[in-house]
Design a protein around this ligand. Structure first.
Ligand SMILES: *Cc1c(COP(=O)(O)O)cnc(C)c1O
Ligand code: SF4
Length: 389
């Protein structure tokens, strides 16, 4: 029913024409949402730390732990965003169903989990957008992590945010601006590395005097700003756009970090870009820049087995293949491994790819299936898996 381009809109429009009540329209909207893969890459089943209590699986609310070194935390006060991008891959956080959200306001649950997982070096605050919070709310988390000696193993605090692009006043003229900068400064001087993972998808977002002032003030606290964005059709599907953006980012003292492939959730039919085109855009941009801007990694897909980097398209023994590499593996031993898929001009996601050279599966598939089975029966919390490997 929802396979065709406009059918999602049509379902809701028809409900309105039929005189549906607000509750009836909401019900239709929820049916549409459920069909749009709200939790891509099995993040709900496989990334949420869990343990078995009295034969019931208990999940840690508001956390995801997919890669050994990094825990994602979703503060419950920050499950909204400055921008509401129509291509958002976290839209399930915003649609008001408690069940569909990852969120927590439990400082103790977070610090408790981190304390028990000594291999974790990075905590990544995400959402939504943690920078919708006031310094006081954010400080509750950051000051605790910065000052608790039992959390010495946490070296890096990352904060994913669209605030620089959409509300740079937060760091310049807002009433809370100076307190926010002082909080960041405090955390940096505690000895932690703080990285603001800024979402910039177009050079226009870097062009205003106020965003430049915000960048200057944040850099003054010792926070490093790293930049990331998805490649989206109709917005930045063009090598020159990325080259200009990355060049400008370096000039402003920021570090280009990720170019993501649009995830297989939401309005992918409009925004999705084939992997072959993504490579063209990435290479076309990188070739225009000096090494300092080539810190951008991509195009990268965050999928169930890990973060898969599309390194190139080459011909090997007469067969055209995609050369792929795990930037991150759900099993740490997969990280940095190179593998090959049949070249496919229309493929937009990992699921569309087939192994190259006549292989019947990718090297990680059996192990992944095993991990999935373990996660579903509650005996495979990420922490346990990482300790074994
Ligand atoms: C990208 C990502 C990270 C961080 O990976 P880095 O290689 O350290 O940037 C951590 N957790 C999840 C779920 C991610 O998608
Ligand atoms: S900034 Fe990120 S979280 Fe916010 S709406 Fe856009 S994609 Fe979603």
């Amino acid at each position: 029913m929802l396979g065709e381009d406009n059918s999602a809109v049509e379902v809701v429009a028809q409900a309105r024409r039929d005189g549906a009540t607000p509750a009836g329209i909401r019900k239709k909207a929820n049916e549409v949402r459920a069909s749009l893969n709200p939790h891509p890459a099995k993040q709900r089943e496989m990334n949420v730390p869990n343990h078995t209590v009295d034969d019931q699986i208990a999940f840690e609310k508001g956390m995801q732990h997919k890669y050994r070194e990094t825990v994602l935390f979703f503060p419950s006060e920050a499950q909204y965003c400055h921008s509401y991008c129509t291509y958002c891959f976290r839209w399930a956080q915003f649609v008001g169903e408690a069940d569909a959200q990852f969120a927590s306001n439990q400082v103790d649950a977070l610090t408790g989990y981190l304390r028990e997982n000594r291999a974790v070096s990075d905590i990544l605050f995400t959402g939504g957008d943690p920078m919708v919070l006031k310094s006081k709310q954010l400080g509750k988390y950051l000051d605790t992590i910065a000052t608790d000696p039992s959390l010495d193993h946490i070296q890096t605090i990352r904060i994913g945010s669209k605030s620089l692009a959409y509300w740079p006043y937060k760091y310049v003229t807002d009433e809370d601006a100076d307190d926010m900068l002082r909080l960041l400064e405090r955390v940096v001087s505690s000895g932690k590395h703080v990285s603001l993972m800024a979402h910039f998808s177009h050079p226009a977002e870097l062009s205003t005097p106020v965003v430049r002032e915000a960048i200057r003030r944040i850099r003054g606290t010792g926070v490093q700003i790293r930049c990331q964005a998805p490649l989206t059709n109709h917005i930045n599907n063009d090598p020159d756009t990325w080259a200009t953006m990355w060049r400008e980012q370096v000039k402003l003292g920021m570090v280009p970090y990720y170019m993501f492939v649009e995830r297989d959730t939401g309005a992918k039919q409009w925004f999705g870009v084939p992997l072959a085109r993504a490579l063209e855009v990435y290479n076309g941009a990188i070739q225009q820049l000096s090494g300092l801007a080539r810190t951008a990694r991509g195009p990268s897909m965050s999928c169930t087995p890990g973060k898969v980097h599309i390194l190139g398209a080459e011909e090997v023994n007469g067969e055209k293949v995609f050369v792929l590499k795990f930037l991150q593996g759900r099993n740490p031993r997969w990280t940095d491994r190179v593998f090959f898929a049949e070249y496919d001009e229309t493929a937009k996601w990992m699921d569309d790819l087939r192994p190259a050279f006549g292989a019947d599966k990718f090297f990680f598939e059996d192990e992944l299936a095993e991990m999935e089975r373990a996660a579903l029966c509650g005996s495979g919390s990420s922490g346990q898996l990482f300790q074994e490997s």
